[in-house]
Design a protein around this ligand. Structure first.
Ligand code: UDX
Length: 446
């Protein structure tokens, strides 16, 4: 099939590359000329395992095209994906200006039937707004062309985006238009072989499904972080509790890892957006508000540990920091807990010596050159001359470090571990002051 994808960000590029691999012809449209020029040469603007090879293959085989020419894009595909950003407004609602601008462009240039597919995470009711925009522009053109607007949310995880997209566990299609449903089924047929993953529903339910999924996952994390904070105060170990409750299949082991708060481009934004949506329809979403409040507090936790350890005297200290990205296998720093930590450390007069396998460049881009931030190129280099070690991201190499080397390098044998990578008893035996999240042992060191 011929498909056009507007917005070659994270979601759009992965979707386009995976559809091209499945045999479709995909035209990618973005307003960023530099990005499009780079992609034509196989330069991928984001780090995502497997993506570069797919993009290069699709381009080489002529199934993946890149352009800034929107009219060309509209003419190309019968299916038109909208995958542009929906950044939060000042009040946390999703800003739809880019989505509606694409809707307008499609309506201005279309010359035949189009299925317009919302792939961006958009508030419930957006498909109706897109539909109204298209209708308005077509009326201005005095055109009676037909179209359908479909909601088709993505559920991919950064770091595993390509495989999530290649092997989706569900394909949600929100439409009541039979012709559009048929086209969508045809599009996804290559991904729907072993058992039927397509779930067709009305547009508003599909839009809400995406928010409900992310808010449910964020709720699990905030719940566990709350339990972890309680465990600390009660002298219990959250890691034992996690295993104890995860073994109940109704609860499950997934997404119950306590830590230094959830980050990324989805959970914080989507929880806030659903809170705003609820308020707009006159409902006080108390649970969702708490999910966000718990996460906000959790992101301050690592600083509180280190500040308490050094009795409020952080000025002039150097902190080794392992992990900057909001989670492993990505270079994404959006809403990363490391940012809250670093900004608090800087405000207290400490210096940060940080290492991340992928996010150094992004950190440099965000913070620029500053005397109190040194980005180094190895775990070991981060430790040199540092007073303490702190961990924000559970990258694999951080899981089994050489503890005697760490101890030799640090001025004070203290580790603040925001991801519970180590065993508190072992850390204690090796002479470290160790602060994990919700570990009974942590409490004894206060
Ligand atoms: C998420 C959803 O998983 C995905 O389905 C949706 O489409 C987009 O949002 P992503 O933002 O890539 O994906 O990251 P995810 O792996 O879900 O992690 C989000 C955050 O939660 C990270 O900061 C992670 O460290 C944190 N997390 C996750 C926990 O603190 N504990 C957990 O148990 C799981």
């Amino acid at each position: 099939m011929k498909v056009t994808v507007f917005g070659i960000g994270y979601v759009g590029l992965v979707q386009a590359a995976v559809l091209a691999e499945a045999g479709h012809h995909v035209c990618c449209v973005d307003i960023d000329q530099g990005k499009i020029d780079g992609l034509k040469q196989g330069i991928i603007p984001i780090y995502e395992p497997g993506l570069e090879a797919l993009v290069k293959k699709g381009t080489r085989e002529g199934r993946l095209l890149f352009t800034t020419d929107a009219a060309l894009g509209v003419g190309f595909g019968e299916l038109q994906f909208i995958a542009v950003g929906t950044p939060p407004d000042e009040d946390g609602s999703a800003d739809l200006k880019y989505v509606l601008a694409v809707a307008q462009t499609i309506a201005q240039h279309m010359t035949g039937y189009k299925v317009i597919i919302n792939k961006s995470t958009v508030p419930v009711g957006t498909a109706d707004k897109v539909s109204a925009k298209v209708a308005q522009v077509l009326a201005e053109r005095d055109s009676s062309l037909s179209y359908a607007v479909v909601s088709n949310p993505e559920f991919l995880k950064e770091g595993a985006a390509v495989s999530d997209c290649q092997k989706p566990d569900r394909i949600v299609i929100g439409t009541q238009d039979l012709q559009a449903e048929q086209k969508m089924r045809e599009l996804y047929a290559p991904f729907n072989r072993n058992h039927d993953k397509v779930i067709v529903m009305d547009v508003r339910s599909a839009e809400l499904t995406k928010y409900a999924a992310n808010c449910m996952l964020a709720t699990k994390i905030s719940f566990m972080n709350e339990m972890a904070n309680l465990a600390e105060l009660l002298g219990a170990d959250i890691e034992a509790v996690r295993k104890g409750i995860g073994s109940d299949p109704r609860i499950g082991y997934h997404f119950i890892y306590p830590g230094c708060g959830y980050g990324g481009s989805c959970f914080p934004k989507d929880v806030q957006a659903l809170v705003r949506t609820a308020e707009q329809v006159g409902y006080q979403p108390q649970l969702l508000q708490s999910v966000e409040a718990v996460n906000y507090r959790q992101k301050q936790k690592l600083f509180q540990f280190i500040n308490r350890h050094f009795k409020g005297e952080l000025a002039g200290k150097t902190i080794a920091l392992w992990g900057l990205a909001f989670k492993p296998n990505t270079d994404d720093m959006r809403e990363a807990s490391s940012r809250v930590l670093m900004e608090s450390l800087w405000a207290a007069g400490a210096k940060v010596q940080a290492f991340d396998p992928e996010a150094q460049h992004e950190t440099q881009r965000i913070y620029g050159d500053r005397d109190d931030l040194l980005l180094v190129d190895s775990m070991e280099a981060a430790l040199q001359g540092a007073d303490a070690l702190m961990i924000c991201t559970e990258w694999q190499p951080f899981r089994a470090p050489d503890f005697s080397y760490i101890k030799e390098q640090l001025k004070d044998a203290v580790i603040v571990d925001g991801r519970n990578l180590y065993d508190p008893a072992q850390m204690k035996a090796q002479g470290f002051a160790y602060y994990g999240i919700g570990r009974g042992e942590s409490v004894t060191t206060f």
